[in-house]
Design a protein around this ligand. Sequence first.
Ligand SMILES: [Zn+2]
Ligand SMILES: [Zn+2]
Length: 296
Amino acid sequence: MTTSNYSLILGSKQCQLNIKDRLLIRHRISGANMENELTIRLSIFLGTLVVIAVWEFLLPRRQATVSRLIRWYSNLGIVVVSSALLRWLFPILAVGLAHLATQRGWGLFNNFRVPYELAFILSVLLLDMTIYFQHLVFHMVPRLWLLHRMHHTDMDFDVTTALRFHPIEIILSMFVKMSVVVVLGPPVLAVLVFELILNSSAMFNHGNIRLPGAIDRILRLFIVTPDMHRVHHSIMRRETDSNYGFFLSWWDKLFGTYRDQPEQGHENMAIGIELFRNPKYSHLHWLLIQPFINKR
Ligand SMILES: [Zn+2]
Ligand SMILES: [Zn+2]
């Protein structure tokens, strides 16, 4: 059921119901909405994870260099910690805030007459561009790099690397996304679709998967491919500081941060950060304290 369905139901019943009944209905509907949203998110997340993991098993791009068991336990563990923290700290997340912005008339698209389809497309594009710039800023500002470098300490690169972000970075990123939602007032569905696309796309482009060169080139005209994002995980800092996109490949090309291939080639390039080559840093507790390790 879409948000417009909810307003339709609420709109037609409103004249016969008192305020208490209306609040109760709204509460039940948003409860059902939350459950639906969670089911959709979990199904797409698990579906993409399984498809890419099977693809990695059948057609791997590189050989693993450290224990997959420890990496998978840590990378999947950190996403559980982040998700629990987000739910605990935030009364509503980006999609809920977009719903509230629509109800209260906050943001550009809720105050100017913009066709729904145009508002939808612009919202997805602007959210993706924001995440690109957020990623760039996390590389450029030394204190933010301390939070973000944990993503780069992974010594291998596979579907679970897409989930390996420090919980503090996830929280800051949610604030950034929510600020964009308040300023833009995007359609609720656009925010949900964007988050689903971003998560699936990140799992795809972190995949240790082999794609024919011609297909990679065609896909790269639009989206970030695994070969494009792997360059970003290179141990060489100038390669790390390139290819910041997570969904569309356009922002890197537009803002001059695009790098086509790694100097050492995809099979030979070293992945990770020189300071953290010890496999002990792959353990979950080291991931959590990573920003506070005094190593530069
Ligand atoms: Zn990065
Ligand atoms: Zn990455």
